[in-house]
Design a binder for this molecule. Sequence first.
Ligand SMILES: [Cu+2]
Length: 291
Amino acid sequence: MLGLAATGCASNDLTRLGMPEPITEQAERVISLWQGSWVAAFAVGILVWGLFIWTILFHRKRSEQLPPQVRYNMPIEALYTVLPIVVISVLFFFTARDQAYLLDTEEPADVHVEVVAFQWAWQFNYMDDTKENGGEVLFSEVGIPNPDGTANRDTQTTLTLPEGAVVHFDLHSPDVIHSFWIPAFGFKMDVVPGRDNAFQANLNEGTAGDYVGRCAELCGVDHTRMLFNVEVLPQDEYDAWAAEQEADAEEAAAAAEDTGPDTDLAEGTGADGTDAEGTGAEATESEENDE
Ligand SMILES: [Cu+2]
């Protein structure tokens, strides 16, 4: 406890008490709550261990005479009740305060991502606004489930984010309950079918790098395959990447529209039934286009 108190809020491997290095403002808050809870737990622990040791050392059985009894001692009974209530109240206060902060989505976000968790991969839809405000999909990163039983992160999809940005996440699931977890965010949130869960993360400056993400809810037999990568880029690199993705998505959409009329034409020719050979050839061509 002394070590913790002496280092204050400094964040290093020892004082983080097992938590990963935080990359968001929210994660820093989570670590403070985590550290504070440990300080409180150690304080209670030291008191209890101290009482144990004191009792063992100084109140051993020395004779057959019954020691003084303290049953129905009102001050001690009151202390037993009041002290835990004080401890719980303090923990509750800080937990409620930090939960309100972590679930706050009021700040205007720079990047909007709709996370779709499905058995057994992830899809990230980059939106121009939140789902709530009727945001439209700009482009998507679609994960393909690894083959049966394999949990290989390298073949999984990557969530790309800019450093220093406020990111809004909308979480959706088409099948069962999953949980969206980026350990470096110090935070996870369930992805529940039919429910609009959302949270925001304020990424810190200087956090560019590769991180991991995974599903944290046992969602079925191949839960372990639900991995994804997180790449935080400097703002300018992210902007270039996003512009490229958006252009690719527009190109793909335009290409899909181009094949549309061809299909209609082929069907029309078939209905006429005037040129059997031609119809066959055109129909085949249109099927190829569809593929
Ligand atoms: Cu899952």
